[in-house]
Design a binder for this molecule. Structure first.
Ligand SMILES: C[S@@+](CC[C@H](N)C(=O)[O-])C[C@H]1O[C@@H](n2cnc3c(N)ncnc32)[C@H](O)[C@@H]1O
Length: 453
């Protein structure tokens, strides 16, 4: 790294890695410099735009030496839109970096020396997302809908999103046009005025069914029913339109109350040979084809036999555990979101899986009751991972087989260290998977067994 004598704000930096948000990371006199848009192996001139004493933030000004894996981003908005952070990097380089990221996290954060499996890269690297939650704003030029500019809450107006399923993508522009024509005011985060907060689009990638949603600050949009009915008539693939109320002035995207405007409040999807109802606010993996690749891996490791019990913490609507059930295998799923528990129960019934039971509540509070009877344990927590006390409880109970699906290599590494600390659970393998091409997010599946055999 060198300073330019004439311009103290300009630095030459060598980029060594990427942050979890996809910014290039270099070093300058002991301080870390984050440079948006820069790639590992590159030498760049950056203009400092902020940061604190231990950490600087810079903009990419000049590429002195470009990565051979740099490419023209497929999307014209890639440099501005914060939805994707890695479109300017080749697909194999992205996948390779994600594999290394999982490996390094295990080594450095978890103190685990196991070598991870080669990453399962995605075949569909564009057009894969089955869901979009698109913020709506007023801009100087009028109505805007799109994703936030990086590190900001300023919406970059868009009509097309290349990572979104094309069957949803083609609806964005006409939906925006209709919403603008209503005259409903977009929500303003600062003044906390306006009504329209987000447009939600969801598709069953295998079924083609589409569910639409509008997130509003209050519930006073009676005219929305007319619009919803019009949309269902115009697009037969739309099976329902839902109004979601989010009155809170927070970053939480969806509120707890849903009001059905037209059709039904869920779409039907086929996933791993089972049928699922997916609601507007229930979790479902965004890359359906990649998520389906988990099922044979889980089936093989958990090796469930008649008479055995599978315990699924963080079960959502039962997406990963219902496909694992065969006659005589019992399932206990634990989930804190009430609407997901309702959907999970419906999904079990829909598939004739009466041996599945779903418990409403927090994993920290409820898992302990069921742990002693579990032959196999499946965990798929949100990014923050597991609590320390939960890891301790699982490590001492040590079910025969454990599978941990993670979307955050750092918390996975921390939790694996805790889960294996007593030696009663042994880590067998870690499989990285790319569930989020064009972004820096990474999924991994860790498989553990009880050392008691
Ligand atoms: C990453 S999703 C996984 C869901 C499911 N395994 C799937 O693949 O569709 C995590 C789920 O855990 C739920 N959840 C988050 N924190 C929880 C907690 N403390 N206790 C129980 N469920 C929780 C969320 O509502 C969400 O449905």
């Amino acid at each position: 790294m060198t300073h330019s004598p004439d311009h103290p704000n300009l630095l030459d930096v060598e980029i060594r890695d990427l942050s979890h948000e996809g910014d290039g990371i270099g070093q300058s006199e002991g301080r870390i410099v984050f440079v948006g848009g820069a790639l590992p192996g590159e030498r760049v001139e950056t203009r400092l735009v902020g940061g604190s004493r231990g950490m600087l933030r810079g903009e990419l000004r000049t590429l002195h030496q470009a990565s051979p894996e740099r490419r023209q981003p497929p999307c014209i908005l890639a440099a501005d839109c914060g939805g994707c952070s890695l479109q300017h990097w080749s697909d194999p380089a992205q996948a390779q970096w994600k594999e290394q990221k999982v490996q390094q996290s295990l080594n450095r954060l978890g103190g685990i020396s196991l070598e991870v499996e080669p990453i399962l890269a995605a075949e569909a690297v564009l057009g894969y997302r089955n869901r979009a939650i698109i913020p709506i704003q007023w801009g100087p030029n009028g109505f805007k809908a799109g994703f936030y500019r990086r590190h900001s809450h300023d919406v970059v107006n868009m009509n097309h999103c290349l990572v979104l399923d094309p069957r949803l993508d083609e609806l964005i522009a006409p939906l925006k046009e209709d919403l603008e024509a209503t005259g409903w005011a977009p929500y303003n985060e600062e003044s906390r005025t306006g009504v329209l907060r987000h447009l939600v689009l969801r598709i069953g990638a295998n079924s083609g069914e589409i569910l639409l949603g509008l997130v509003v600050r209050d519930a006073s949009l009676d005219e929305a029913t007319v619009l919803a009915e019009e949309w269902m008539e115009r697009w037969p693939q739309v099976v329902g339109v839902v109004l979601n109320h989010q009155p809170k002035p927070t970053n939480t995207l969806l509120g707890p109350h849903n009001q059905l405007l037209a059709g039904r409040p869920w779409l039907l999807e086929r996933f791993a040979d089972r049928t699922f109802q997916i609601g507007l606010d229930t979790f479902f993996q965004v890359h359906t084809a990649q998520a389906e690749r988990l099922i044979p891996l889980l089936r093989q490791h958990l090796a469930l036999q008649p008479g055995q019990v599978l315990l699924d913490g963080f079960c959502g609507i039962g997406t990963l555990s219902l496909p694992l059930l065969s006659p005589g295998v019992r399932l206990i799923g634990i989930e804190q979101q009430a609407s997901s528990v309702e959907r999970a129960r419906d999904n079990a019934r829909l598939n004739g899986l009466e041996q599945a039971e779903f418990v409403a509540g927090g994993v920290d509070q409820r898992l302990g009751e069921w742990l002693p009877m579990a032959d196999a344990l499946l965990l798929d927590p949100p990014r923050k991972g597991l609590s320390e006390s939960l890891c301790t409880a699982i490590a001492s109970e040590a079910p025969a087989r454990v599978a941990y699906v993670s979307c955050n290599p750092a918390t996975l590494a921390r939790d694996l260290q805790r889960l294996t600390a007593t030696g009663q659970l042994k880590l067998e393998s870690v499989q990285p998977l790319d569930f989020f091409p064009q972004t820096s997010h990474c999924e991994a599946l860790a498989l553990l067994v009880s050392s008691a055999g």
